[in-house]
Design a protein around this ligand. Structure first.
Ligand code: IPE
Ligand code: IPE
Ligand code: MG
Length: 246
């Protein structure tokens, strides 16, 4: 039986988030410039988006560029932004084919205008796709998101729109970039590092974490299915006892 057939279709994560790491090391190992790794990484994105559509994962969120990544060499940033524009143009048809709506989270105003325009062009063209949501985290940092949230809520408190006693999880959720997304069920990080790197700190409070040494450009559909099978073998207790779950 193939890995895909072993997956329990009724227990796939509702929201899968992925830290796509290892492009640079992949390129270095092969003697290429780092950008080659990013290019191969873009192909892996397409493969994983399609695999998620096949096994009907409703929400997929990909960490594509962090607030900290602005500190990389200028040339790498420029090439990454160009690659982003090209990928958005190219993959519009993949999104349409699988009825996927594009969404973006992060400080999008910090993106170069050409990237911003292309991004919103694809978001607009896919906005009526209702089956699945692909969210790109771009210029995204969880701490920046939390600061933004606190500022917005503080202003509402100051203007008597919200009273401090009424601030609860849902108020916070509704001010995050992820306001339209459910909590993350499974977080995958490729590339061998076991850290979160400022990604969705609030939203992964009860996510299952899965780390793999595979570098992102080498990550295939079957690697994804392995991660899903691993997830399906876990018991998510949410603070309760095992007996209460059964
Ligand atoms: C992830 O790969 C892609 C981005 C952060 C844009 P890296 O570029 O971080 O690859 P490594 O970690 O250097 O191998
Ligand atoms: C995290 O990868 C960001 C993305 C995958 C976009 P990094 O390669 O930037 O993370 P650190 O700096 O090694 O933690
Ligand atoms: Mg990295």
């Amino acid at each position: 039986m193939s890995l895909q057939d072993q997956i329990d279709k009724n227990n796939v994560p509702n929201h899968l988030a992925v830290i796509m790491d290892g492009n640079g090391r992949w390129a270095k190992k092969k003697g290429f410039f780092r950008i080659k790794g990013h290019e191969k990484g873009a192909k892996a994105v397409k493969e994983i988006v399609e695999a998620c559509a096949e096994i009907k994962i409703p929400y997929l969120t990909l960490y594509a560029f962090s607030t900290e990544n602005w500190n990389r060499p200028k040339l790498e940033i420029e090439l990454l932004m160009k690659l982003l524009i090209a990928s958005l143009k190219k993959e519009l048809k993949t999104l349409q084919k699988h009825n996927i709506k594009l969404n973006a989270i992060g400080n999008l105003n910090a993106l170069p205008i050409k990237v911003y325009n292309e991004l919103f062009d694809v978001i607009k063209k896919t906005e009526t796709n209702k089956q699945k949501t692909l969210t790109l985290a771009l210029s995204y940092g969880s701490r920046e998101e939390i600061i933004k949230t606190i500022k917005e809520i503080s202003i509402k408190v100051k203007n008597n729109i919200i009273s401090p006693e009424n601030i609860d999880e849902s108020v916070i959720n509704n001010h995050l970039y992820t306001q339209n997304l459910p909590d993350v069920d499974l977080l995958i990080r490729t590339g061998g590092e076991q850290r979160i790197s400022n990604f969705l700190l609030w939203q992964i409070a009860y996510a299952e974490l899965y780390f793999t040494d595979i570098l992102w450009p080498d990550f295939t559909k079957n690697n994804l299915f392995e991660a899903i099978l691993n997830y399906q073998n876990r018991e998510r207790r949410f603070g309760k006892t095992s007996e209460q779950i059964k």
